[in-house]
Design a protein around this ligand. Structure first.
Ligand code: ZN
Length: 126
């Protein structure tokens, strides 16, 4: 579950950072994303991959814990592609939360459990 505002924030970041892939955390409570926290993409090939910058990632996770929030998803964009996981996305999926992918060329957003590639319905509320 993600709010309309959080979804819009992810799309905005994805457009601003194109042609580089964007990345960030979805944080919230009870599985509902209340905020999208952008992280720097530290991948050496940011046009085709993402890698959350480690220090920023740790700082965000600490801030999340301190605020009593939980990690409910991880998002990134595919500036020139569709919203389906790449082999690299599957290979580097370490967290047991939905991976949200924004496909800018396709204009679609999908969420998956990885590496299984099981699609998760992304419910959007007000
Ligand atoms: Zn990807």
């Amino acid at each position: 579950m993600v709010s309309e505002a959080v979804l819009e924030a992810m799309w905005l970041q994805a457009r601003l950072e194109a042609p580089r892939e964007c990345v960030g955390l979805l944080v919230g409570r009870l599985g509902r994303a209340e905020a999208a926290w952008p992280l720097p993409n530290a991948s050496p090939r940011p046009e085709v991959a993402y890698e959350a910058e480690p220090r920023a990632l740790v700082a965000a996770l600490r801030r999340m814990d301190a605020a009593g929030l939980e990690l409910v998803g991880i998002y990134h964009s595919h500036p020139n592609g569709a919203a389906w996981p790449s082999p690299t996305d599957r290979a580097r999926a370490y967290w047991r939360v939905p991976y949200v992918i924004l496909g800018l060329a396709e204009g679609a957003v999908r969420a998956f459990m990885l590496p299984e590639e099981e699609e998760v319905t992304l419910l959007v509320d007000a």
